[in-house]
Design a protein around this ligand. Structure first.
Ligand code: SAM
Length: 303
């Protein structure tokens, strides 16, 4: 006999229901697609509540799996779109989400989809759109960078990712985890670690630690740079060899023959050339890249 309310029975995110659905459809997990499904209602609730959704908001989910998080998003938001790459999951999702007119499952690779177009088509009447997902870990960074670089009109990005990557995204200057990913993410967003998550909330269990991170998109970058592409190249160059100083890393970037001019420029920027990239703030990187860009000796096109 059935125990408990019917609503709870309908939730796919329990070990029992997940196993039943998988068995019924003869589904087998593909490690290569980063398939680790959530089976814990509390974690799902935490993810959804961090996104601050309501019935005027839209949610975009990347990688719905068998729909554990999608069900919660359907309850919380006015419009939900879930993009899933694995065609074997589409019939399962259609079954799990049956009758939910405001939810659309899109079969495709999120890295190849025209998301701008998708957002314009799906979210005409909402007051804000957020990405909410338990991301496939093998493509976390490309997915997040695509969302940010395309400057999609998003409010929040709340995602489950590898803990180590979450820490790098939220890291402040001075620590070992601070690097070009921290600068890139913080240029577009304010990051906040929501919680760390034990292995036991997934089927199958991933062999890395996980965390939920919330990225709130900034209306404007925290630093002003004329040429973003060049800014990020300067940042990347500054971290190219972690143990080396700025004088060395940026020296290689601008060319040996420009070394003296670089040292002068760093001095003018009030940045000690013996510092390492991992100690510089976004603002200090901006100062350096703007000075380099404006200098008469630096050929931006050549680096
Ligand atoms: N949301 C589900 C959950 O929490 O139980 C599943 C999360 S699982 C970590 C990641 C999901 O992303 C899988 O369903 C996988 O098939 C899908 N996926 C992997 N690569 C993808 C891509 N490039 N585009 C869209 N979905 C992808």
């Amino acid at each position: 006999s059935k125990l408990g309310g019917h609503a709870a029975d309908m939730q796919v995110a329990t070990p029992k229901r997940t196993k039943e659905i998988i068995a019924k459809h003869g589904f087998s997990f593909k490690k290569s697609l980063g398939q680790n499904f959530l089976i814990d209602q509390n974690i799902l609730d935490k993810i959804v509540s961090a996104a601050k959704l309501d019935k005027t908001k839209g949610a975009l989910e990347i990688g719905p799996g068998i729909g554990a998080l999608t069900q919660k998003l359907a309850d919380a938001a006015a419009v939900v779109t879930a993009v899933e790459i694995d065609n074997r999951l589409i019939p399962i999702l259609e079954e799990v989400l049956e009758g939910q007119e405001h939810v659309e499952v899109v079969h495709g690779d999120v890295l190849k989809l025209n998301l701008q177009e998708l957002l314009e088509r799906r979210y005409k009447d909402v007051t804000g759109i957020s990405v909410v997902a338990n991301l496939p870990y093998y493509v976390t960074t490309p997915i997040l960078m695509k969302l940010l670089e395309e400057r999609l009109p998003l409010e929040h990005i709340v995602v489950m990712i590898q803990k180590e990557v979450a820490e790098r995204m939220a890291a402040k200057p001075g620590g070992k985890t601070y690097g070009s990913l921290s600068v890139a993410v913080q240029y577009y967003c304010e990051p906040e670690l929501v919680c760390t998550v034990p292995h036991t909330v997934f089927i199958p269990q991933p062999n890395v630690d996980s965390a939920v991170i919330k990225l709130t998109l900034r209306s404007e970058p925290p630093v002003k740079v004329e040429d973003e592409d060049f800014y990020f190249r300067v940042v990347q160059a500054s971290f190219s060899q972690r143990r080396k100083t700025l004088a060395n890393n940026l020296g290689a970037f601008v060319g040996k023959h420009n070394r003296d001019k670089l040292l002068e420029l760093l001095q003018a920027c009030e940045v000690d050339p013996s510092r390492r990239g991992e100690t510089l703030s976004l603002e200090e990187f901006a100062r350096i890249s703007e000075q380099l860009r404006q200098s008469d000796w630096m050929d931006i096109a050549s680096v």
